[in-house]
Design a protein around this ligand. Structure first.
Ligand code: PLP
Length: 394
C-alpha cells in the first residue's frame, strides 16, 4: 500500500492568485482583441544595451558572477542616482543588483518583516506586493487613498498607524504609480518624510517609473530619509528591458548587508552577461531616452482627451504609462462587468480598477495601459468610443 503524498505548504497555497493576472488570463482567448492591459514597453531594448550584452556572452561572462552586482555596475548605479535624483550614497556596498524590482521587493520584505508585522500599502497598488508580503510572513495594511486623489498623505499615515491591530514596521509606496499614474511633488514628499520619521517606520519606495514623468522631474524620497528609506528602482520600464530582469536596491549599508543575504539565497546573482547590458544602459545619455518618453506623453495626451470626451473622469497621470479612469456616470456598472463586456463585445482589453484595490473607491475605475504601441492605442480608443456610443444609442 502506498503512503499519502504530503500536503504543500498552506502559507503558499492559500495565497490568492493575483487578481490582475487572473483577469488578463480570462480575456486572453478572445479573438481580435486590442490589449490595453500590459505594463510592457512596446519599444525594442536600446542597441547599445543589446550589443554590450552580446559582447558579454562572447567574452564568456557566463560563469557565477559577483552576487551583489559587479563593482563597476554598482558604481554606475550610484552615479546614475546622483546624476538623475541627487541621491548621495557613499558606498557601493549600499547597492544590490537584483532580478528585477520583483525580487528586490520580496528580499526587502523578508529582511524587514517578522511574522505578523504590518506594512502600510497605499491602495490602489501593484497587486504582486500582496502575495510578496504574505510569503514573507507580514500583514498588508491597505490604506484607502480614493478620497485624497489616490495619494498617500501624512494624515492617512497617522490614522492608519493609530488604527492598526498589528505593529506597523514599514510603508511601501510606489510613484509614479501603477495603476493611477499619480506622482508626488517635492513638497508632498517632504511632508510624507516627516510623517514617516515621526511614525518611526521603514520606508520602501518603489520608483521603477521614475524616468517616465511628464512635465515634472522625479524626486526620490531617498533624498530626505537616507537612514530610513530603501529605494528600489530598475531598468524594466525606463529602458524597455523587462526580460533582462534588472532591479536595484539602495539602502543604508547595514540594511543592505542583510538584504544581500536574502538575495544570495534566492537567486545568488543575475546572469553575468546581463551585468554588461545593464552597465551600458546606465551609461546611456539621458537624451537617448527622450524620444521614448515623448512618445508616451503624446499617447497619454491622446488617451486622456478621448476618454474625457466620452465622459470618463480621468486623473491627470503625471507619470508611468497608465490611465486610471472612472466610468462615465451614465454607465451604471462596476469595472469588472464593464471590462468583461468591453473585451467580449468591444474587443478591447482593459483592467478593472478593483484588480488593484481592496476598497469600493476603485470600483468604477478602469486601468488602461498606453505602454504598447501607438497604432494599437488609437485602434483601442476608437473601439471604446464605438462601443460606448453603441450602448448609448440603444
Ligand atoms: N513595481 C511596479 C509598481 C510595477 O508596476 C512593476 C511591473 O509592472 C514591477 C514593480 C515589476 O518590475 P520588474 O520588472 O523590475 O520586476
Amino acid at each position: 500500500m502506498s503512503s499519502e503524498i504530503p500536503a504543500l505548504n498552506p502559507e503558499v497555497t492559500e495565497i490568492p492568485a493575483d487578481k490582475l493576472l487572473g483577469f488578463q488570463a480570462s480575456i486572453q482567448g478572445i479573438d481580435d482583441l486590442v490589449y490595453l492591459t500590459f505594463g510592457e514597453p512596446g519599444f525594442d531594448t536600446p542597441e547599445a544595451v543589446k550589443q554590450a550584452t552580446i559582447k558579454g556572452i562572447e567574452d564568456n561572462h557566463s560563469h557565477y558572477g559577483d552576487s551583489q552586482g559587479t563593482p563597476a555596475l554598482r558604481q554606475a548605479v550610484l552615479d546614475y542616482m546622483k546624476d538623475r535624483y541627487n541621491l548621495d550614497y557613499a558606498s557601493i556596498n549600499q547597492v544590490i543588483v537584483t532580478s528585477g524590482v520583483t525580487e528586490a521587493i520580496f528580499a526587502i520584505f523578508k529582511t524587514l518583516l517578522s511574522t505578523g508585522d504590518g506594512i502600510l500599502i497605499p491602495d490602489p497598488a501593484f497587486g504582486s506586493y500582496f502575495s510578496s508580503i504574505a510569503m514573507a510572513g507580514g500583514e498588508a495594511i491597505s490604506v484607502d487613498t480614493s478620497k485624497t486623489g489616490f495619494k498617500l498623505t501624512p494624515e492617512l499615515v497617522a490614522t492608519s498607524i493609530k488604527n492598526a491591530t498589528v505593529p506597523v514596521k514599514a510603508v511601501l509606496f510606489n510613484y509614479p504609480s501603477n495603476p493611477t499614474g499619480v506622482t508626488y511633488t517635492r513638497k508632498e514628499l517632504e511632508a510624507l518624510a516627516q510623517a514617516f520619521e515621526k511614525a518611526g517606520i521603514w520606508v520602501i519606495s518603489d520608483e521603477i517609473y521614475s524616468e517616465l514623468t511628464y512635465g515634472q522631474n522625479h524626486v526620490s524620497i531617498g533624498e530626505f530619509l537616507p537612514e530610513r528609506a530603501i529605494v528600489v528602482n530598475g531598468l524594466s520600464k525606463s529602458h524597455a528591458m523587462t526580460g533582462y530582469r534588472v532591479g536595484f536596491v539602495l539602502a543604508p549599508e547595514d540594511v543592505a548587508a542583510q538584504i544581500q543575504k536574502v538575495h544570495a539565497t534566492l537567486v545568488y546573482a543575475i546572469p553575468t552577461f546581463v551585468y554588461d547590458g545593464a552597465l551600458a544602459a546606465l551609461q546611456m545619455p539621458k537624451e537617448a531616452l527622450k524620444p521614448m518618453i515623448d512618445t508616451y506623453q503624446k499617447r497619454r495626451d491622446m488617451a486622456v482627451q478621448v476618454l474625457r470626451h466620452l465622459g470618463f473622469d480621468v486623473l491627470s497621470p503625471d507619470g508611468a504609462f497608465y490611465i486610471f479612469a472612472k466610468l462615465p456616470a451614465d454607465i451604471e456598472e462596476d469595472g469588472w462587468t464593464f471590462a468583461e463586456k468591453l473585451a467580449k463585445d468591444g474587443k478591447v482589453g482593459v483592467i478593472p480598477g478593483e484588480a488593484f484595490s481592496q476598497f469600493d473607491g476603485a470600483k468604477n475605475y478602469l486601468r488602461l495601459s498606453y505602454a504598447g504601441d501607438t497604432d494599437q492605442l488609437k485602434e483601442g480608443l476608437k473601439r471604446i468610443q464605438a462601443y460606448i456610443e453603441k450602448r448609448r444609442a440603444n
